[in-house]
Design a binder for this molecule. Structure first.
Ligand SMILES: [Mg+2]
Length: 248
């Protein structure tokens, strides 16, 4: 843990902790790529053309991201963007077919939502924090808590596709604090993205934890209040473990 606050002697007045979802609580990229691979296998079985055989998961990701960029601010439903991406993928391989796109989409969704796994540090951290803090989810993604074993764990959830504004926009942090019933200065935000999570929260005066699981260098000028490599370091930041040790 690297504490970076300049006023360490002054304890944080934290009552609420908001967590990012993708790559903070669960490995979205892994489940997304795995689900696309299953979908690609089915596509190549149904469309045995050379262009289909040459299709890759990387190209499917690129097609989806290009589409998302084109409809940014207009289409907020991530599931709709994904379905339309399969339609465009079939056009790309020279086989436009909306029924087949819907079939591929169903395969994707099944794996995408059923095969997602929490990082192993999530439950122990939540168990330690839950008696002391109100916990919530603030996500630009679409993995709902009940889909990954976190049903009932959050006092509030905010999804960008539901409120039609996304991190790092200040508005989504303000909406989150309202739902949590606290001031932004009392809400610690935890996330893996320096831009979306750390900069976004800092800009509205919320304290921040940057989760840097892979120990990548920070080559930006965005400075989190704390940097951790595991969620399990957060209770100590908030004084929980130290207090327990004192009691022993
Ligand atoms: Mg994230």
């Amino acid at each position: 843990m690297r504490a970076q606050r300049g006023d360490m002697e002054k304890p944080l007045q934290i009552s609420v902790i908001s967590f990012d979802g993708d790559m903070t609580l669960w490995d979205f990229l892994q489940v997304m790529r795995y689900s696309l691979k299953q979908t690609l296998t089915e596509l190549q079985r149904q469309v045995p053309t050379q262009r289909a055989l040459e299709l890759t998961v990387e190209k499917m990701v690129a097609i989806r991201d290009q589409l998302a960029e084109e409809v940014k601010g207009e289409v907020w439903s991530l599931l709709e963007i994904r379905r339309r991406a399969f339609e465009r993928t079939l056009e790309h391989v020279g086989h436009p077919d909306t029924d087949l796109a819907a079939h591929l989409d169903a395969i994707y969704r099944k794996h995408r939502f059923e095969d997602i796994e929490l990082y192993p540090d999530v439950i122990p951290t939540f168990d330690a924090l839950a008696p002391h803090f109100k916990l919530g989810l603030l996500s630009n993604g679409n993995t709902y808590p009940e889909r990954c074993g976190l049903d009932g764990r959050f006092a509030f959830v905010v999804f960008s596709q539901d409120v039609q504004v996304e991190k790092p926009d200040p508005k989504i942090f303000q909406i989150t604090a309202e739902r949590a019933g606290c001031e932004l200065s009392q809400m610690l935000h935890v996330g893996d993205s320096l831009r979306n999570d750390v900069m976004g929260a800092k800009n509205v005066g919320a304290p921040t934890v940057w989760l840097n699981r892979e120990a990548v260098p920070n080559d930006t000028d965005i400075q989190p209040d704390y940097e951790v490599s595991s969620l399990t370091e957060i209770p100590e930041i908030l004084g929980l473990r130290r207090k327990n040790k004192t009691c022993q």
